[in-house]
Ligand binder design. Structure first.
Ligand SMILES: [Zn+2]
Ligand SMILES: [Zn+2]
Length: 811
């Protein structure tokens, strides 16, 4: 009989898994829940890429280990299918986005199944399904009802060729992404979500979650909460003044100029003061500056430009006269739109001072450069350490003390106050596009804006012939008069529907809740199910989503929490960020370089299990990993060796159990489990490889073979399932519990570790050779030395130098 290929084995088990639905999470199970979430993909025409394949495998392995630990694990998948690429494709090819999206999803689903990921297919969702976006619209109505959604004007990018208002994310390098035409600006009415009302809580509540530090920092920086001082500088020889905003009032003795944003409304008021010989230059400069995008104006490394106004301002603290400039690196949208120039302690100010040959006064003797003259970029000091110098009555104070003192004096004089400001702006929540959720409001001549009643949801997207915006830049929906003209739910008179649609973030900020109750047509999710399953226990995603997606979804969840719809303030208990897959040699994968690895080709050539195991082995979870065909071959050899080791042991099992091998297997499964739960997938695989390589020619007993199968089952679910069956066991290995680990087998390799407390070795404890820092600590806690030397003292740091010493420093 011909031997089955790995691919044939994989097909057989996939069919059986999907048919028997063994990865379905039963909502009403008594087992403890565990919710594993990966960011759902945008189903593009290219299909799944290898980066998706890697991150879905990471979390699949994790979910499988959790299942084998006895948890009721939910690992769902769906499709984030609204968005610009589908709309752009529809415009180009003249097909309805629905058709394209469904084709793409079918391809993604086929690929996902071919990789053997243990998704709960009964819970599959897509954001473009009216049964789904009914609830996206319902959430919008809750925001509207509670004053958190409003309509307001905004200056938006405008593409003169497509005649459309563009979303900010559609503008790349100042050009419209769809057609490459440089965009200009146009005022337009927009829907907004009042996320700024939640700014403080979005910072504070980070204390409840387990996110990597850089993810928390990214949330905090984007919100950008800072204490500013607004300081009034009077214009010399006039009654007019400018209010500058600064986060560093302590450096006020170092001010050598003032800079005002070109769009500052006060410029108009002081124009008549500008001496004749400067007027033309100032006007020309302002006109030029206003045509640049904000991003261009503030981008780093760009040479500073500006123009002197011929006017001077008076420093309210030391009454010195300083020149006033207009320069485009200052934005009206930041602070008051005017800044005080302190070149010794601000890099941008330093660059400006160099360009215009302005004086530089150091006011902080800092720990790095002391009081050396600030004659190069490296000597600019922006920190808060050191002492004040060249600052009259502030000399000798710390910058923080000086800041308080200056703010106090300015307040007394009526020339300054402190203000809390945020970088965060309200969230623009409408687009002039077809392919998005219709916004459920109508406009009535008599009643004004009227929300669509909840019982009338969903407002479905109508089928249209053309997806281009109309001549006035309105959404293509505006052309469908049948759809636009409706009756007012309030008075029954004629009304018109809102033709803007929601942005592509709308469906992705609450999808993780819909998985919990995907077929419910009465609520977005039943409350008792939310109580049981939220928050998500672990959420994996890419580093491109650690700012906005995370912030928006946390915000929406908080609003629903305040309205009593969900059980807690945060949707995700823990967030992890995977690295990228790079091509051979560490370069980015790209079509033009011809180094793109397609998961389909890998499955065809090697099968899913070798592909999965290689993806886990190729490098650490959070680092970027380089593709290597040689290493893929190495993994193929390992899997074949593993397969034949177990197969041989099934045909011809060991007569007597070698207890040393059993002990090693116990240590192996413990290591694999601990490392997977610690997101060290690569070291877990390496350990199994090592075991197989050092036991090539042995035979295992049935129970030994079972342990070895379970160790690899999360990585290579198909082949281990096949061998499990060959061993005479019942379907399925993936519904078995993880092998019970015998403590006495682990303690075989016991080593002695000296424990050093505050520089002195106080005791020696016995620990398993592969104990983690936490395990060593736990064992030490049970020792006499612990109560003798550490009782009631608080520990400042502890560190386990693996296999050598445990070091404790007390506070
Ligand atoms: Zn365009
Ligand atoms: Zn009406």
């Amino acid at each position: 009989m011909k031997k089955k290929t790995f691919q044939e084995i994989e097909k057989k088990w996939q069919e059986k898994w999907w048919k028997s639905n063994i990865y379905h999470a039963d909502t009403d199970s008594d087992k403890e829940k565990y919710y594993v979430l990966v960011e759902f993909p945008y189903p593009s025409g290219q299909g799944l890429h290898i980066g998706h394949a890697r991150s879905y495998t990471f979390l699949d392995v994790y979910a499988r280990v959790k299942r084998m630990e006895g948890y009721n694990v939910l690992y769902p998948i769906g499709w984030d299918a609204f968005g610009l690429p589908a709309e752009n494709y529809a415009i180009k090819m003249k097909v309805n986005p629905n058709v394209v999206v469904d084709q793409n999803i079918e391809n993604f689903r086929r690929q996902a199944k071919s990789m053997g990921w243990s998704f709960d297919w009964e819970r599959e969702i897509k954001t473009t399904d009216p049964k789904y976006y009914k609830w996206t619209q319902w959430i919008f109505l809750q925001f509207l009802k509670n004053g958190l959604a409003y309509k307001g004007e905004a200056v938006m990018p405008w593409c003169p060729k497509c005649k459309t208002i563009c979303a900010n994310e559609e503008v790349v390098d100042g050009k419209h992404e769809r057609c490459g035409t440089p965009v200009s600006k146009k005022k337009a009415s927009q829907w907004w979500f009042a996320i700024t009302k939640y700014a403080d809580r979005l910072i504070e509540d980070l204390k409840y979650v387990d996110y990597p530090d850089f993810v928390k920092a990214s949330q905090i920086n984007w919100i950008g909460k800072k204490e500013w001082a607004d300081v009034t500088f009077k214009i010399d020889n006039s009654e007019e003044s400018f209010t500058v905003s600064t986060t560093r009032p302590d450096t006020i003795f170092g001010v050598t100029f003032i800079v005002v944003a070109p769009e500052h409304p006060a410029i108009e008021k002081i124009k008549h003061l500008i001496p004749q010989q400067y007027k033309e230059d100032v006007e020309t400069y302002i006109e030029k500056a206003l045509n640049k995008s904000e991003l261009d104006r503030i981008s780093e490394g760009r040479e500073k430009t500006g123009v002197f106004t011929g006017l001077y301002a008076i420093n309210p603290i030391n009454n010195k006269k300083v020149p006033i400039y207009v320069a485009d690196f200052v934005l009206m949208s930041v602070g008051t739109g005017a800044v005080m120039g302190v070149p010794a302690h601000d890099l941008r100010d330093f660059e400006f001072a160099q360009k215009f040959d302005l004086p530089i006064i150091r006011t902080i003797k800092d720990p790095e450069n002391g009081d050396a003259p600030v004659d190069s970029k490296e000597k600019v000091y922006e920190g808060w350490d050191g002492v004040m110098i060249n600052s009259d009555f502030l000399n000798g104070l710390s910058p923080k003390e000086a800041k308080e003192k200056v703010t106090e004096i300015l307040k007394e004089k009526g020339l300054g106050k402190s203000t809390i400001r945020y970088h965060l702006r309200d969230w623009s929540f409408s687009r002039k596009h077809y392919w998005g959720e219709p916004i459920p409001v109508v406009y009535c001549d008599k009643c004004g804006m009227v929300p669509v009643p909840e019982e009338d949801l969903p407002i479905e997207l109508p089928y249209v012939e053309s997806y281009e915006p109309n001549e006035d830049g309105e959404s293509p929906l505006a052309n469908i008069t049948d759809w636009v003209n409706t009756t007012c739910p309030n008075c029954g008179g004629p009304a018109k529907r809102e033709t803007d649609t929601m942005p592509n973030w709308a469906g992705s900020n609450w999808y993780y809740m819909r998985y919990l109750d995907p077929h419910n047509d009465k609520e977005f999710c039943r409350r008792d199910i939310l109580d049981k399953w939220m928050p998500v226990d672990i959420y994996d995603g890419g580093s491109e989503h650690i700012t906005l997606h995370l912030l928006y979804s946390r915000f929406v969840y908080k609003v629903l929490y305040d309205l009593g719809f969900v059980p807690g303030p945060e949707p995700y208990k823990a967030r992890r960020i995977h690295g990228l897959v790079l091509g051979e040699g560490g370069v980015k994968m790209s079509k033009s370089l011809g180094n793109v690895i397609n998961p389909d080709d890998m499955v065809e050539k090697y099968g899913a299990d070798i592909t999965r195991t290689y993806l886990m082995f190729m490098g650490p979870y959070s680092g970027n990993a380089e593709w290597s065909n040689k290493a893929v071959e190495g993994v193929r050899k390992f899997i074949e060796r593993y397969y034949s080791l177990v197969e041989m042991s099934i045909k011809n099992p060991a007569d007597v159990e070698d207890i040393e091998v059993t002990k090693e297997l116990h240590r192996l499964v413990k290591f694999v489990k601990d490392n997977v739960l610690d997101f060290k997938f690569n070291t877990a695989v390496a350990k199994i490889m090592k075991f197989v390589n050092s036991h090539k020619n042995i035979r295992l007993t049935k129970s030994q073979a079972e342990i070895l199968l379970k160790a690899l089952a999360p990585f290579a679910p198909h082949l281990t399932e096949e061998l499990w069956e060959k061993l005479g066991n019942e379907f399925s290995i993936h519904q078995q519990l993880w092998p019970e680990i015998k403590e006495e087998y682990l303690t075989d390799k016991i080593i002695e570790i000296p424990v050093q407390i505050d520089g002195k070795v106080r005791t020696v404890i016995k620990v398993p050779k592969e104990a983690s820092e936490n395990e060593v600590w736990e064992r030490f806690k049970k020792s006499e030395a612990f109560s003798k030397y550490l009782n009631e003292k608080s520990v400042k740091t502890k560190k386990y130098v693996s296999g050598r010493i445990f070091v404790v420093v007390t506070a």
